[in-house]
Design a protein around this ligand. Structure first.
Ligand code: ADP
Ligand code: ADP
Length: 234
């Protein structure tokens, strides 16, 4: 079951005199249940590709089909609705709302989805418990360590059980112990609900968690590797 299909995708930035080919002729299939790592050095186009898959930016040419819909043809409002319904996001800088506590941050996507207040509270609490923050519900981001903030970020990304989770260097600001914790939590959630994780990283160790590694160089895919996993690729 292919959840993401990318066809002949280009992203070209017109910088006056010169053009930057951030992505050139990308073809990519991602299967439901995969942990797919977009790997490569700085400047190779990883974030640009993630933004395309997530419907955060328009391609210059080509198409992205995800959850059965061609998002490269949608307008901004359709895209926003699509992202809210199907995807979760995890950022390197955590991107929690500073004036909301952990519980409120995690409950926010449920509020956008129109879930009733008492159920929001209950589910957000459950998620925070699962990421080991049962005793930090009332803490504001600035009162938590980086690792704790990213665990709130994970709880927020997964609370709606979206089909696809996009994570851009999610452990880029964490030490090796927190990195391991955060990665293992994400992997567990993804497996539990057969979700799909798109993980951007330049770190070889993080790529080891992936089922599918897509290596970019200078805007092109130069290598693809898969782990043998029958339940995904049968
Ligand atoms: P990575 O995530 O692998 O570090 P990026 O996707 O951020 O790489 O960038 C790929 C290339 O596209 C780089 O050469 C970068 O300078 C260029 N680029 C990215 N975003 C823009 C932009 N908004 N305008 C112009 N060039 C950009
Ligand atoms: P055409 O025959 O003109 O390509 P389509 O309606 O099939 O017409 O496609 C229109 C656009 O949607 C194209 O830009 C194409 O890249 C994109 N598209 C179509 N199918 C897919 C797919 N399976 N995956 C990604 N993009 C797609």
């Amino acid at each position: 079951d292919k959840i993401i299909q990318v066809r002949k995708l280009y992203k070209i930035y017109d910088m006056g005199e010169e053009k930057v080919y951030a992505l050139r002729n990308i073809h990519l299939n991602v299967f439901r249940g995969e942990i797919c790592c977009i790997f490569g050095p700085s400047g190779s186009g990883k974030s640009t590709l993630l933004n395309q898959l997530a419907g955060l930016e328009k391609p210059s040419r080509g198409g992205v089909k995800i959850c059965g819909e061609i998002i490269s043809k949608m307008d901004e409002n359709e895209l926003a609705a699509f992202r809210q319904k199907h995807s979760g996001f995890i950022f390197q800088s955590y991107d929690l709302l500073q004036h909301l506590n952990a519980l409120e941050n995690v409950a926010l996507p449920l509020e956008f989805a129109g879930v009733e207040r008492s159920i929001r509270q209950k589910r957000a609490k459950e998620m925070l418990k699962r990421v080991g923050l049962a005793k930090r519900l009332k803490h504001y981001p600035r009162q938590m360590s980086g690792g704790q903030q990213q665990r709130v970020g994970i709880a927020r990304a997964f609370v709606n059980r979206p089909e696809v989770i996009f994570a851009d260097e999610p452990t880029g600001n964490l030490d090796s112990k927190s990195t391991k914790e955060v990665m293992e939590m994400m992997v567990d959630f993804v497996h539990e609900y057969n979700q799909t994780l798109i993980l951007v990283t330049h770190d070889q160790e993080m790529a080891a968690y992936a089922d599918h590694i897509v290596t970019l160089s200078d805007g092109s895919i130069i290598k693809e590797e898969w782990k043998e996993k029958e339940e995904i690729y049968e």
